[in-house]
Design a protein around this ligand. Structure first.
Ligand code: ACM
Length: 624
């Protein structure tokens, strides 16, 4: 009984993610009703806009018609802070909630923004009423660079997709939006100086400069910096489609429809390339106010350089040992003229790169240590690749260590504007906790306990990671007939999908695999009392979508194995070892992706079969 009470008490504060640096629970709670109002005497347009958004979110979250009359949350802020969010700006805040009132204190407006998000996460419903528990919080981030990278080149992401994800990012205190704006499959920004980019390299899917400014303002209002990335000299097929004269071999080129690493590469020996970059970067550095500017630099395919006598001769005559390093040095000089610091993927780490550069490590933590040893600052992305569709617990185990921080990466070969939210959220929230909370916050059980309510709450920011899955299933088969199978399924990520069929950017992402989440909430939250009914439902699994029939048959088999196992558990008899080994082997035999989908259902029955209770005990116990 004591344990039960403790669990409930934990759940009462459970929805905080990232966990604050210091939390002290108080006595009682503050009621939230239609009168509730947050207010400040500090005059600042960003803060006033944030309070207006706060009231809107609170109204959504509670369903209460807010008619704010009584100030119950007072916000004290001392400085506006930088007009555009800055690396290392003060983001700290304190929040004191008693049964009478709440008080949010911060040095800067950004600190107040972070505190307002914490307050929203504390709102709880009990017996039809809303309240926040009395609490004292002192909070600040562990890392100053906490990002999400979104690839809008491989699949186009309209402005509204970007904006709703910025709202969700702010809700979990992320502060860097890394916008991967160009790749082989498209250049997504309007250039006034080089209009062939949007005319020939975008398929009509690009942001106008007005839209770029709108997104930057939107992000800034939420305390989020926007770092643009233009990938060069490789991953440049689209750009070279528009300007083939910049390539290392004669064109013509085409917008790439396949996924992978391709040969079209800018010519690092061409004066025309640097003249183009001088002008293009002059335009783009003016458009993006952040002092950091990402030039990509990953996966430079050397074929064109190796095959060009002119390029090889240039390198020989000028004693250039590494053409990529030479290119980066020249780009770094151009950026420096515009007051920008270069950021690039870890392949840019070469002699000659000025030590101000920031290295984003995607290939392993080793490259981050190598960069640090040479005096470079780094960002860790290795371990935070959302496109692998690994469980939140996998990402949660990585740690940026001594880096500036981390960035999760949403590459979009198998993700489009319709599915991207469910590929980012809620797993991104667990990663955000890794970037914000003290390093000793590592309990996976606690993370998952909070991830579920946080995921639900994220819905009120506008992301559709939960709400869009049902319509996507409905489009495949009506009447919710795929629900049982979908609840028990998990989508695979790039590692499986790239070999599963011949994908191109023209293949629609409208199948079952696109409509199920990477990690099944349903399976994770299954409890002992509901097992029998669930297994029974699985045994009856039937679908008509042809590619799902084998998957559904497997689910029926898992259900039958589950029922058999439950019968043993509940009979109090111990199961023969041979019987158990056979069942585990049967599960192993079907534990492989079908239609690019894994059955999460297998996990739960395997756990039951492996439970020591099955071989030793006289009574059934909790499987968890
Ligand atoms: C990368 O994943 N090629 C940065």
């Amino acid at each position: 009984m004591r344990i039960l009470i403790l669990l409930i008490a934990t759940t009462a504060h459970a929805a905080l993610m990232p966990l604050p640096a210091k939390v002290v629970a108080g006595q009682g709670s503050l009621a939230i009703d239609s009168d509730f109002r947050a207010a400040t005497t500090f005059k600042d347009t960003r803060l006033e806009a944030a309070i207006a958004r706060f009231h809107k979110r609170l109204a959504l979250e509670t369903g209460l018609p807010l008619n704010p009359a009584r100030t119950l949350l007072t916000i004290d802020c001392r400085e506006p802070g930088p007009a555009y969010p800055a690396l290392n700006e003060d983001e700290s805040y304190r929040l004191d909630i008693t049964s009478q009132s709440a008080h949010l204190r911060s040095l800067t407006v950004t600190g107040a923004l972070r505190g307002l998000e914490t307050f929203l996460q504390l709102v709880m419903r009990e017996s039809g009423n809303y309240h926040v528990a009395a609490i004292h919080i002192e909070d600040h981030p562990r890392y100053p660079w906490r990002g999400l990278m979104l690839d809008v080149s491989r699949h186009w992401m309209p402005v509204e997709v970007v904006e709703r994800n910025l709202d969700a990012m702010a809700a979990v205190k992320l502060n860097v939006f890394h916008w991967h704006l160009s790749d082989d499959q498209g250049v997504r920004v309007e250039s006034q100086r080089f209009p062939r980019l949007q005319e020939l390299a975008s398929d009509g899917n690009f942001y106008t400069q007005a839209q770029i400014r709108q997104v930057i303002d939107y992000a800034r209002d939420r305390g989020i910096r926007v770092i643009p990335e233009f990938d060069m000299p490789g991953h440049a097929s689209a750009l070279l489609t528009a300007y083939p004269e910049l390539a290392s071999a004669p064109g013509p080129y085409h917008i790439e429809r396949k996924w992978g690493i391709f040969q079209p590469t800018m010519d690092p020996t061409s004066p025309g390339v640097y003249a183009f970059l001088e002008s293009f970067l002059d335009e783009m550095t003016a458009l993006f106010p952040d002092p950091y500017f990402h030039i990509g630099g990953d996966e430079v395919e050397p074929t064109q350089w190796n095959n060009s006598a002119a390029i090889q001769s240039f390198a020989r005559v000028n004693h250039i040992a590494n053409l990529h390093a030479y290119f980066n040095e020249r780009v770094q000089k151009i950026l420096k003229k515009h007051g920008k610091t270069l950021v690039g993927w870890d392949e840019i780490l070469n002699p000659g790169l000025e030590s101000s550069a920031v290295i984003q490590s995607w290939r392993g933590a080793d490259s981050l240590s190598a960069a640090a040893a040479k005096g470079y600052r780094g960002i860790l992305s290795f371990g935070f690749y959302l496109d692998h569709l690994k469980p939140a617990s996998y990402h949660y185990a990585f740690d940026p260590g001594n880096a500036l921080g981390g960035e999760a990466c949403m590459w979009t070969e198998y993700v489009n504007g319709e599915t991207v939210d469910s590929r980012i959220w809620p797993r991104m929230a667990a990663i955000a906790e890794r970037f914000w909370s003290p390093r000793d916050i590592t309990s996976v059980a606690s993370m998952y306990e909070r991830l579920e309510p946080v995921s639900r709450q994220l819905t009120w920011t506008g992301v559709v990671h939960r709400t869009n899955l049902r319509p996507l299933l409905d489009r495949l088969a009506p009447d919710d007939s795929l629900r049982v199978l979908a609840d028990a399924s998990e989508s695979t990520g790039i590692e499986i999908r790239r070999d599963a069929r011949k994908y191109t950017s023209l293949v629609p992402l409208n199948r079952f695999v696109d409509a199920v989440p990477p990690e099944s909430d349903f399976i994770r939250s299954l409890d002992q009392p509901s097992l029998r009914a669930t297994f029974t439902a699985w045994t009856a699994s039937k679908v008509t979508v042809p590619e799902l029939i084998p998957l559904s048959k497997n689910l029926a088999e898992v259900g039958a194995l589950g029922l058999e196992t439950l019968n043993y558990l509940e009979s109090g008899r111990s199961a023969p070892e041979v019987w158990r080994a056979q069942r585990l082997a049967a599960l192993d035999a079907i534990d492989k992706p079908i239609a690019e989908v894994n059955l999460a259902a297998i996990r739960i029955v395997r756990q039951l079969l492996q439970s020591p209770v099955l071989s030793h005990s006289k009574e059934a116990r909790s499987i968890r």
